[in-house]
Design a protein around this ligand. Structure first.
Ligand code: HEM
Length: 156
């Protein structure tokens, strides 16, 4: 698996499925936390760092929330539930990103950080591939700004 990325096409229907719970089972809570903290450490140094708080205490909060989201979306304990205010988790996550102008270039940077973090993780490649497929597809929903100058907010 080469961590393939396909381009986001404005208005195109995005097919995705949530990660296989076996991914979280293989990592465990500690493994998931490590993965997500490593990922956000890369984000902090990346070309999309400017989207995020630079204050380390504020950034720490994002890391925690992000870890909780991924634990839950991967079939683990429902530790993000309260954040999403009754909305379906993926739906909430898409709408949360509407507040930021995200271009394809930012998505590629985000995915690049995730790829590097996943490569550090020592579990079956097929589980990593399955997780990659989720983030590769799902991240298309977060892209809402296009090089033709247009905006488009995708729905699930
Ligand atoms: C698979 C795709 C993605 C997922 C699952 C995801 C997930 C998340 C999660 C869980 C949070 C924390 C939400 C909270 O506050 O409770 C978050 C926040 C955020 N994400 Fe994403 N994200 C994705 C892609 C992206 C991309 C491509 C960007 C590009 C810049 C991005 C930018 C942000 C920003 C700016 C925040 C908010 C930071 C703040 O609150 O100051 N995300 N994301």
């Amino acid at each position: 698996m080469s961590y393939k990325v396909s381009k986001t096409i404005k208005g195109e229907k995005i097919e995705f499925k949530n990660p296989n719970p076996a991914f979280y089972e293989a990592l465990g809570e500690e493994g998931m936390r490590k993965l997500m903290y490593d990922f956000y450490d890369r984000i902090y140094e990346s070309d999309i760092a400017n989207f995020f708080p630079q204050d380390l205490q504020e950034f720490e909060k994002i890391k925690k929330k992000n870890t909780n989201f991924f634990m839950q979306i991967c079939g683990g304990p429902k530790v993000y539930e309260d954040e999403s205010r009754g909305m379906e988790l993926n739906e909430y996550m898409v709408r949360l990103h509407d507040d930021f102008s995200i271009y394809e270039k930012s998505r590629l940077e985000w995915l690049g950080c995730m790829k590097q973090s996943l490569e550090q993780v020592n579990i079956a490649q097929e589980l990593k591939d399955d997780f990659w497929n989720y983030v590769e597809r799902f991240s298309k929903f977060t892209v809402n700004s296009f090089s033709d100058g247009g905006k488009f907010y995708a729905n699930l």
